[in-house]
Design a protein around this ligand. Structure first.
Ligand SMILES: *Cc1c(COP(=O)(O)O)cnc(C)c1O
Length: 228
């Protein structure tokens, strides 16, 4: 699909939702080459790169050189890669446990950095999905907002794997509700609601997404044999 069609669908979904705020766009560049990423960077409305593996992002970021785009970590982060992740990424969107948050905060402090983060929530209940369980969200929220070197910007989720629009929308609506409640609880603006991928971004925008993460529709099908 060409990029203009994606933009058109984003605009249509916003129209349908009666929205005129901005929906940010992360080009999910896992498995893609630096050359493919440079092409994506030329698209004026692409705001971020999204990568899900620290090692892959490290080698690509070195090879890439200067970029106008910020790089977001959108995949699960293992504790032993926390330091590397803070070095490489501009934001860490997959904070999903108290232990990880505490560790990131400690390392950020040692590095004299303030790290922008999202909390990832498992809104679908699928065991294969990362993200904190909704029941444990409150505790993680209180932890993260109490840590001086992390700056919480909002929430992220991955929609359920199903053909049911109703189920997908209800997962996204659940994230929006958690974010609304978190705003009240913390007094923070929490502007980022990261939800929606190639298969479900229209529905995510209808439910209030402010950041869609799109790989396949932009770059074509992924070939994991190309993974560096
Ligand atoms: C791979 C990935 C995406 C992009 O998926 P596509 O279906 O290729 O658009 C978005 N978010 C996360 C967390 C991912 O791992």
């Amino acid at each position: 699909m060409d990029a203009e069609k994606i933009l058109e669908r984003i605009e249509n979904a916003k129209l349908k939702a009666g929205r005129n705020d901005k929906v940010f766009f992360a080009a999910v560049s896992k498995t893609r080459t630096v050359e493919e990423m440079k092409e994506a960077e030329k698209i004026s409305w692409v705001d971020f790169f999204g990568e899900n593996r620290v090692q892959e992002a490290e080698s690509k970021r070195k090879a890439y050189g200067q970029s106008r785009l910020m790089w977001r970590l959108i995949g699960h982060l293992q504790a032993n890669k926390a330091r590397k992740a803070i070095e490489i990424f501009d934001t860490i969107d997959s904070v999903d446990s108290v232990e990880l948050a505490v560790r990131l905060n400690r390392i950020a402090g040692e590095m004299n950095k303030s790290v922008p983060v999202l909390i990832e929530v498992n809104t679908s209940g699928e065991a294969s999905k990362s993200g904190v369980d909704p029941e444990k969200f409150g505790e993680l929220l209180d932890t993260v907002t109490g840590l001086e070197n992390l700056r919480l910007d909002g929430l992220m989720t991955v929609g359920p794997i199903t053909d049911s629009e109703r189920e997908i929308r209800s997962a996204f609506a659940a994230l929006r509700t958690l974010n609304d409640d978190a705003r009240v609880r913390t007094g923070l603006p929490l502007p980022v609601l990261s939800m929606g991928m190639s298969g479900d971004f229209d529905l995510a925008i209808l439910e209030g997404s402010t950041l869609v993460r799109i790989g396949t529709l932009l770059f074509g099908e992924r070939d994991y044999r190309n993974e560096p």
